[in-house]
Design a protein around this ligand. Structure first.
Ligand code: AMP
Length: 432
């Protein structure tokens, strides 16, 4: 008798079960393929990172680097080192830059093109398509400041989305300047917003002093009327940033990539410089409409204590892209668990059924039904499972090393020697 309620997953995280996992696999494969086509190499990085890496990379007053950060209890090691303060990574770029230096990739030919796929963690308010554990496709080009790499990353990410047949996506583009021109602009922005302070919502009142750029991407109704007249950073870029922005636009034009200049597009992350971009899906609701975003982060490496090194990258939301595929295009069906089901009629056939299973697996995914239920019950389960073939076994036939191969689509059934099962399955319609 259970004495306590059954245990459920933690709030804000979810199980991705087979019906959904198939869609994720399509999205991940598309990501790997497009990244490799552009000459990017895959890496796998730790999910736990030192807290300093994230705090210095994102700024501890940012959401992802501050209140949303999952902090682990410090664990001491037996060698007497002070317990490390670790967090679950909220994003991939800081870890990628760390790995680039720690692994000596900065010593080889530059720039270095890398990508990774994996989970990120943010203690955000759970909502539709906003989870506390979610999955990202991260692409980074580290070691060269040319705006041509910004456009390469955009083209790659556009190819990822477009290649899967997802439409109604717009590419939003902006430049947020750099450490030369942004401080002056931020003062202008504060001068504009200060007289309006009482009419802003509480988060924006705080942003006005701590992170004024974020005033521009506030989604709250109350703050919208003030945006239109706010100064735009693209009118206040220094010469170098303005030239880089022009280059990005002209290369996007040459690539035939349409974009929408969006003066309100900023990144919540402090280390971004110059180009910022986002892929927005028109049918996804409000704050969850972003399929992915990225930009240049020339100030990040130095902020982490490494030599000044430019970089540009993109993070795509796999959960949201998989959702779009499944719900908008409805194109992905989970493969049946097994294509062939081996159904022994009696329990003494376990060993023979296992052997037949082994033989069939050379042709198609095969499972054996070892349960004690009747053949009728096994057949019903086989029909429901979506398998194409049943291999029905009785003792007399097993002694002769033959079995009944039944086509679950047509209902046709015939005797087949065990050794001939793989070719019969393949010829009659092997794996789809
Ligand atoms: P960011 O790292 O915040 O720029 O996010 C990049 C992309 O990751 C977004 O465009 C989303 O598609 C996805 N993403 C970010 N946060 C979440 C979340 N909490 N749940 C699901 N997807 C997310």
């Amino acid at each position: 008798m259970p004495t306590s309620p059954p245990i459920k997953a933690a709030r804000g995280v979810r199980d991705i079960l087979p019906a959904e996992r198939a869609g994720y696999a399509v999205v991940e494969r598309a990501a790997q393929e497009v990244a490799r086509r552009f000459g990017y190499q895959e890496v796998e990085l730790p999910i736990i990172e030192p807290v300093e890496l994230i705090e210095r990379g994102l700024g501890s007053d940012s959401d992802a680097g501050g209140k949303e950060l999952y902090r682990l209890e410090p664990h001491g090691d037996s060698d007497g080192d002070a317990p490390a303060r670790l967090v679950l990574r909220p994003e991939g770029t800081a870890g990628m830059v760390r790995a680039y230096f720690q692994g000596g990739l900065n010593q080889g030919p530059q720039p270095v093109r890398l990508f990774t796929l994996g989970p990120m963690f943010r203690h955000d308010k759970p909502q539709h398509l906003r989870y506390r554990q979610f999955y990202q496709f991260d692409v980074e080009v580290i070691g060269d400041p040319s705006p041509a790499y910004d456009v390469e990353v955009i083209e790659l990410t556009w190819g990822w989305i477009e290649g899967m047949g997802i439409g109604h996506v717009s590419l939003e583009l902006n430049s947020i300047g750099d450490f030369n021109c942004r401080p002056q602009y931020l003062r202008l922005l504060q001068d504009y917003y200060r007289p309006l302070k009482d009419r802003l919502h509480s988060d924006c009142q705080r942003r006005l002093e701590q992170n004024p750029l974020r005033l521009l991407d506030c989604k709250d109704e109350q703050c919208q009327p003030f945006k239109a007249a706010a100064p735009r950073i693209t009118d206040h870029l220094c010469t170098a940033c303005a030239a880089a922005f022009e280059k990005v636009k002209s290369l996007l034009d040459a690539a035939g990539l349409e974009y929408r200049l969006n003066p309100y597009l900023v990144r919540g992350l402090d280390y971004y410089t110059r180009t910022v971009f986002e892929l927005q899906h028109q049918s996804l609701g409000g704050a969850q409409n972003s399929l992915g975003g990225g930009g240049r982060y020339d100030a990040l490496a130095a902020a982490l204590g490494f030599p000044d090194t430019p970089g540009v990258g993109f993070a795509g939301g796999i959960d949201r892209v998989a959702y779009m595929l499944q719900h908008e295009l409805g194109s992905i069906k989970a493969a049946p668990a097994a294509h062939v089901l081996v159904l022994p009629m009696t329990e003494d056939l376990e060993q023979a059924a296992a052997q037949v299973g082994r033989v069939c697996r050379s042709a198609a995914p095969t499972a054996v039904d070892y349960s004690a239920r009747s053949l009728r019950a096994k057949m019903r389960a086989a029909d429901r499972s979506g398998a194409r073939w049943a291999v029905i076994m009785n003792s007399e036939e097993a002694d002769r090393r033959v079995a009944q191969l039944r086509d679950l689509l047509s209902g046709d059934q015939r005797e087949v020697a065990w050794d001939a099962l793989p070719s019969a399955i393949t010829k009659g319609g092997g794996e789809d």
